[in-house]
Design a protein around this ligand. Structure first.
Ligand code: ASP
Length: 336
């Protein structure tokens, strides 16, 4: 009997637009109203071509919109992925279907906690499976292709939508409804799951990820709380004080431009620091870094480097499982 060289890919469904059942073919907006979902097996049945690329195993982790996924799901999802790689050595990679709203957050979390160099690839859809010209089927196919590709090993957690393979650390959802929404801005995508059925890479992430990180949270029941406070012209300290009043050991500020905030807001940040909270500054700007400049260093704040506010929060949550030393956490922002 001829040997079967197809890789084993485990497909994990979590929900999202990629799973919603809309009312009709032109329902691009209200399809989540009735909250009806296809299962992951029903979605895979739509794409028999996946079996040309992989031996598929499927499991349904959740079936909800991604605005309802968060740290309480990340912990068991990360734990499950680590269990699969530990106990099922035949699995070559994992493909995850997910809502696009928080896809980049789940992907970056997994990028920091999965203890394997095997591919973990997340996809979603901008148009539900019931809509005309849905991107569901091709995104599922591409996700399985990348999860089974030897070239995708040791690249950290990846996303693939619209044929583009992106690094979890860098990718952001940039558009509310357009298909071309996931972008790493000026850093660019890593490669393509392309129209000629090839998975091609042009570059690899250099920041540490997955098995290279110091985070081991599989034994935790809950992740440290970190909130994000948004800065704006004329902002006072009301919301900073609210964030500082929780039990959280850290907060992220979504700062203006290179990371600044109005003086009353900054005074609230300094009081939070004096209470022993780690204050990490990210930026609302779409591209570029927040740099630990002289003022931020003197103020004892941590700069997020190029992490968006939502990803800075994830790094800080994980960092706080290891240390509350701002200098060590600053180094983590450069390392990861
Ligand atoms: N509401 C959807 C979600 O679950 C949006 C999407 O999947 O694109 O995130």
């Amino acid at each position: 009997m001829a040997s079967d060289n197809r890789p084993v890919v485990k497909v994990i469904g979590t929900g999202g637009s990629i799973s919603y059942v809309g009312d009709h073919r032109l329902d691009y907006v209200d399809y989540n109203y009735a909250n009806k979902h296809f299962t992951i097996d029903e979605l895979l049945d739509r794409v028999p071509e996946v079996h040309e690329y992989a031996r598929i195993e499927s499991e349904q982790f959740a079936n909800v919109g991604s605005t309802d996924l968060g740290p309480d799901h990340w912990l068991p999802l990360g734990r499950r992925i680590n269990q699969v790689f530990r106990e099922e050595p035949g699995v070559a990679g994992i493909a995850i279907t997910h809502g696009t709203a928080t896809l980049e957050e789940t992907a970056y979390y997994l990028n920091l906690v999965v203890k394997s160099d095997k591919p973990v690839v997340v996809t979603g859809a901008m148009r539900p499976p019931t809509a005309m010209s849905t991107d569901t089927d091709l995104n599922i196919l591409n996700c399985v292709q990348v999860a089974g590709a030897a070239e995708a090993r040791n690249m950290g957690v990846l996303s693939v939508l619209n044929n583009e393979i992106q690094a979890a650390r860098e990718v952001n959802k940039t558009s509310t409804y357009r298909l071309e929404t996931f972008s790493a801005h000026d850093l660019g995508c890593l490669g393509y799951a392309d129209s000629n059925h090839q998975v091609v890479f042009y570059r690899a992430p250099v920041r540490k990820h997955t098995h290279q990180t110091e985070f081991d949270v599989d034994g935790l029941d809950v992740l440290p709380r970190v909130d994000i406070v948004y800065s704006y012209a004329g902002a006072d300290d009301l919301l900073v004080n609210a964030a500082a009043s929780s039990e959280a050991k850290g907060m992220v500020v979504a700062g203006l431009g290179s990371g600044g905030s109005p003086a009353p807001f900054t005074r609230g940040m300094l009081r939070a620091r004096d209470q022993g909270k780690v204050v990490m500054i990210a930026s609302q700007a779409a591209t570029g870094r927040v740099i630990a400049n002289r003022r931020f260093r003197e103020q004892g704040f941590v700069a997020s480097d190029g992490l968006s506010p939502r990803k800075a929060r994830i790094l800080l949550m994980l960092a706080l499982t290891v240390t509350d030393d701002p200098a060590r956490i600053q180094q983590m922002a450069y390392d990861y």
